[in-house]
Structure formats: C-alpha cells, structure tokens
Design a protein around this ligand. Structure first.
Ligand SMILES: [Zn+2]
Length: 136
C-alpha cells in the first residue's frame, strides 16, 4: 500500500499469523478495526506504557491518554515522533490519516485533528494492537 517507510521488522504473513491472536492479526496486518467499546484499554486509567502488540516497541504513555468517548484508546501524542508512521488513507470513501508502528509496519488506528491541547490531535488506536505494562 505504501513504500514511504520500510519497517525494520519484516516477517512473512504466515509468521505474523502464528505470532498474533486472530484479533491482533486482523487489525495489525489487515488494517482492521475492533468495534468501539469492545477492545482492551479504551476505559483504562492505569499509569503505564502502551506498546505495539506485534513487536513490543513503546508507542504511547498513559500521561497522554484521554477520555475521548469514541470507544477506542485515545492519546494526544505518541511516546516519540519516530515511534509511529502516519500515512494518508483514502479507503472507505474518507480521507483519514492512518497510524502505523514504525518498527514493524503494523496498523494501529487513525489520527484525527480534534484532540485536546497541547497537540490538538486524537490518536484513535485499536486496543488489540497494543500491549500494556503498568508502571510501578
Ligand atoms: Zn510494531
């Protein structure tokens, strides 16, 4: 779909299938979306670090998570700009910005320009695309 960025981690489709749960595979490798309010983390307020479910690279920290009401975990900023790759997505008759893990190329969700300060962005991320590690 895009040759903008070559992910550092390259696996075959079969390898990803074996590594991921069916939900994770459908979202991360097939750009799927979990139904709102059904995935993990959307209603979580725990302090910690969210990482890519496929390659375990850190993506978001709980300090940037906010209650968007959309039914998916939402953040106003990534843990660092290099952690994610943003790609113009014109599927489903909409112009959106897709968010992928820079390390493995896995689909995470989309970013919208209707978030809170300081960035004004809303990273709307599938919970199944992430793992969470609580901070002590
Ligand atoms: Zn990844």
């Amino acid at each position: 779909m895009s040759d903008v960025v070559t992910p550092k981690i390259q696996k075959t489709d079969q390898e990803w299938r074996e590594l991921l749960t069916p939900d994770q595979y459908r979202i991360l490798r097939q750009a799927g979306t979990e139904r709102a309010f059904t995935g993990p983390f959307w209603n979580s307020h725990e302090k910690g670090l969210y990482s890519c479910a496929a390659c375990h690279e850190p993506l978001f920290v709980s300090d940037t998570k906010f209650d968007s009401g959309c039914g998916w975990p939402s953040y106003f900023e990534a843990v660092n700009p290099e952690a994610i790759t943003e790609i113009r997505d014109t599927s489903h008759g909409m112009v959106r910005t897709e968010v992928r893990c820079s390390n493995c190329g896995g689909h995470l969700g989309h970013v919208f320009p209707d978030g809170p300060p300081p960035t004004g962005l809303r990273y709307c991320i599938n919970g199944h695309a992430m793992d969470f590690e609580a901070m002590k």
